[in-house]
Ligand binder design. Structure first.
Ligand SMILES: [Zn+2]
Length: 599
């Protein structure tokens, strides 16, 4: 304890010296940030931003969102902010709105300093604690609006002596640099005592950064899976638009889950328990986030470019950018040999069941669900009768579009050709595609056919998808099975980092009689903390089981409720062989499962 304090004091004086030297040396030519990990116990970061000489008046902005399609108002965490000139004289800095400041008198440059609280765990957040720091830089770094496209440098100070730094950013003399703010904040930073490995594959260099208890994972095994995933994805796209790519993993003990894509890296969080038995959850999210380096980061909808950090960035393309990335996630795992045909067909069946179970599939289109992404933080919006998921329907649309492309091109093209066409005609040319219209353009180009009715009916429309019409060409059909399933009498869901919230309670159910109310937060379910894992806990229930739930609400406080799990009839779907599968259908299926065109 004493040792750490002394070291911290020494580091502190060194940092002061560095800051003074930097501030007083020759006028800087670019914006430079120093992020001081000032007090990990309090989760406080001190940021110093040095602005070069230029306009006297400047607009400064902290993003209101990043990573998740949710406005999170990062400015809520700024404790104080002030500005001074290079001689230390205070400069006027006025709030234009809650996330924006107007700086005056900055003609000779300025120094802006602020303190920000960082304790948002997971791949979408910024967190400093005594164990480590993981930083989504958009959450903590203010940018100068007119200099957003100019180069920047980033330095860290007060870094504990035994911590290392990992980031895809380019290292410079005493820190890191980026060609512009967008690139800077697309580069997460991990500081801590993580484990690191690296490997080469398909001409690229890969770094693996894991912050977790070494007892909870097997590095060589993970690296082996990563080899397979990146090789499968790169060969599928026939492209590798990077030299080095970094995987960041966190495996917390306790709830956790999520992945965030970046152009040159990904940050993934999985609970240690979820990867204990099998690496399947890691393979799936890794294949998904890795494929994003093409789809969304480079094959990018016009509606997301340039990013508007000041408010919601509405787009109709998430069914493609997210959903079809999930389609690719499956194909990559198949090509990598990490899943087999049975698992792939099981995934389709599960996704169909999920979509058909939500009454909103008849009222909300895939495009509307993309537009409404910004509502996902609200419990009511997540109800099955209010919304569908663009991940869910988008993944299925990707699979059906693949079959439709194969069909209308007589096996000469597939989803792979569509994605490669978009990569060649948009990504590589620095152009952005026009949401669904851009995808249709690509589909028409690779098939030499007109696929507009597919888009009108299933992408912008809410027609029921005729699964069997699509699956027949590969000798498959969907079978609806009416089964008696456990019915706990309520539906709960959660925002990415929020509590599990009850969003509906079945009228007349035992859950209602026990006193469960809409809006209750589930603290514990069957003795386990409510969270990501509760979903699996719920799936294990059988009719007649006693369900014990600890809930909390503003009205009724914390209480424990018990009731008997009921039952209801539910349709689940299975994907099966047709009674007679022809050799043509078999050949088409083999090509489909490889993710390749037939001829
Ligand atoms: Zn995604």
């Amino acid at each position: 304890m004493t040792h750490t304090t002394k070291r911290a004091a020494r580091l502190f004086s060194l940092a002061i010296l560095l800051l003074v030297v930097r501030a007083a040396s020759a006028a800087p030519s670019e914006v430079s940030y120093t992020v001081a990990l000032a007090s990990p116990e309090q989760h406080l970061v001190d940021v110093q931003m040095i602005l070069p000489a230029g306009s006297a008046d400047r607009e400064l902005q902290l993003p209101v969102w990043n990573a998740l399609y949710q406005v999170r108002d990062f400015a809520q965490y700024i404790n104080w902010i002030r500005a001074k000139d290079r001689a230390g004289k205070p400069l006027p800095l006025d709030e234009s709105n809650d996330s924006r400041w107007h700086l005056q008198g900055a003609a000779n440059g300025a120094i802006v300093e602020y303190q920000i609280y960082t304790d948002s765990p997971g791949p979408f957040g910024a967190q400093l604690n005594p164990h480590h720091a993981f930083l989504n830089l958009a959450q903590i770094l203010i940018y100068e609006v007119d200099a957003r496209n100019a180069p920047l440098t980033l330095h860290f100070s007060h870094v504990p002596a035994d911590w290392h730094i990992a980031t895809p950013l380019k290292s410079s003399a005493d820190g890191f640099s980026a060609e512009n703010y967008d690139r800077l904040v697309d580069s997460p930073v991990e500081l801590g005592t993580f484990q690191e490995s690296d490997f080469d594959e398909a001409g690229g260099h890969f770094r693996v950064i894991i912050d977790a208890d070494p007892a909870d994972y097997d590095m060589p095994k993970i690296v082996d899976h990563l080899h397979k995933i990146v090789a499968a994805a790169i060969s599928w796209m026939n492209d590798r638009p990077f030299d080095t790519y970094t995987f960041f993993y966190h495996f917390p003990r306790g709830p956790g889950g999520g992945g965030m894509e970046h152009a040159y890296s990904t940050a993934i969080e999985l609970s240690a328990a979820s990867i204990k038995e099998s690496l399947y959850p890691l393979d799936a999210v890794t294949a998904h986030e890795f494929f994003h380096l093409w789809n969304v980061k480079r094959i990018r909808p016009k509606t997301l470019e340039p990013v508007d950090y000041t408010k919601e960035n509405f787009t109709r393309a998430l069914w493609f950018s997210e959903g079809v990335t999930s389609t690719a996630e499956q194909t990559i795992q198949l090509r990598a040999g990490l899943i087999n045909e049975e698992q792939y067909l099981g995934e389709i069946a599960e996704q169909i069941t999920e979509l058909e179970r939500r009454p909103a599939h008849l009222t909300q289109s895939a495009e509307d669900s993309s537009m409404d992404a910004w509502l996902e933080g609200y419990g009511y919006y997540r109800r099955p009768d209010r919304s569908i998921s663009y991940y869910n329907k988008g993944e299925l649309l990707g699979m059906m579009l693949d079959l439709a492309i194969r069909d209308s091109s007589h096996g000469r093209a597939s989803l792979r050709e569509l994605l490669q066409w978009m990569n060649d005609n948009y990504a590589k040319k620095g152009r952005y595609f026009e949401d669904s219209k851009g995808v249709l353009e690509a589909a028409d180009a690779v098939t030499h056919a007109d696929l507009s009715s597919f888009f009108a009916r299933y992408v912008s429309g809410t027609d029921e998808i005729p699964w069997n019409d699509f699956l027949r060409s590969v000798g498959l059909r969907v079978e609806a099975i009416n089964a008696t399933v456990a019915d706990p009498g309520f539906i709960a869901s959660r925002n990415f980092d929020g509590p599990m919230l009850v969003t509906s309670v079945t009228a007349g159910s035992d859950a209602e009689h026990a006193g469960l109310q809409v809006g209750d937060a589930i603290v514990e379910l069957q003795g386990k903390p409510g969270g990501q894992e509760s979903r699996e806990e719920m799936q294990r229930l059988t009719p007649g089981d006693t369900l014990t739930v600890k809930v909390r609400s503003r009205r009724s406080g914390e209480r424990e409720l018990k009731w008997k799990v009921g039952s209801r009839q539910e349709i689940t779907y299975q994907v099966k062989d047709l009674d007679q599968v022809t050799s043509d259908q078999r050949a088409r299926r083999a090509a489909w499962l490889k993710g390749e065109a037939q001829n």
